[in-house]
Design a protein around this ligand. Structure first.
Ligand SMILES: [Zn+2]
Length: 195
């Protein structure tokens, strides 16, 4: 799906356009490296999570399941610079759960493409609602955007936070429970023992 030759050609043109010499030794292999790297960092393009989330387990678990601190790296579609950080996903099952690793793989599908943070947050929530049919989903993303840190307003280290709430997470008490779990170290010790 990714046209390697087209990427190489456009990187050479881009280097020329900024006044560089694409033939100098340091840059000679850069177009090729970027073409190969693109296969990886844009590997979510054209994918969805139907297959990833198709293996579900029956579970009589009416409580919230939270996976905290899922690391992600994405690329801002406005500047083609990285944004990266953590995703926290909570859902309240409706008779079925998925393996925890599948939540991280769902994040990858939507992170590995040109993206905007708010859209990625909503896409993850909607995919989980669609495939798991849970009673509700809440997704929170905290990210640093290099297009804000390196240029423009230059605020290194500042975080952009976005949320998506679906189903029972429209209720205030559920959101409160989400934040309690998110901040609870006891919960994380408990998870370490049980995973
Ligand atoms: Zn940007």
């Amino acid at each position: 799906m990714i046209d390697q030759d087209k990427i190489k050609e456009s990187v050479r043109l881009f280097l020329e356009a900024i006044g560089e010499d694409p033939e100098r030794p340091g840059l000679l292999e850069t177009p090729d490296r970027i073409a190969r790297m693109s296969e990886e960092i844009f590997s979510g393009l054209g994918k969805d999570c139907k297959e990833i989330l198709s293996k579900r387990f029956p579970a009589d678990h009416p409580e919230m399941v939270l996976e905290r601190d899922i690391q992600f790296y994405s690329v801002c579609e406005h500047h083609l610079l990285p944004f990266f950080g953590k995703v926290h996903i909570a859902y309240v099952p409706n008779g079925e759960v998925v393996g925890i690793s599948k939540l991280a793989r769902t994040v990858e599908v939507y992170a590995r493409r040109p993206q905007i943070q708010e859209q990625m947050t909503a896409q993850i929530a909607d995919a989980l609602m669609e495939e798991l049919s849970p009673r509700g989903v809440m997704v929170m993303v905290e990210a640093e955007h290099l297009c804000m840190s390196m240029r423009g307003i230059k605020k290194p280290g500042s975080k952009t936070v976005s949320y998506a709430k679906r189903g029972v997470f429209q209720e205030k008490s559920r959101v409160q429970e989400f934040f309690e779990l998110l901040e609870s170290d006891a919960y994380h010790d408990y998870r370490k023992q049980t995973v």
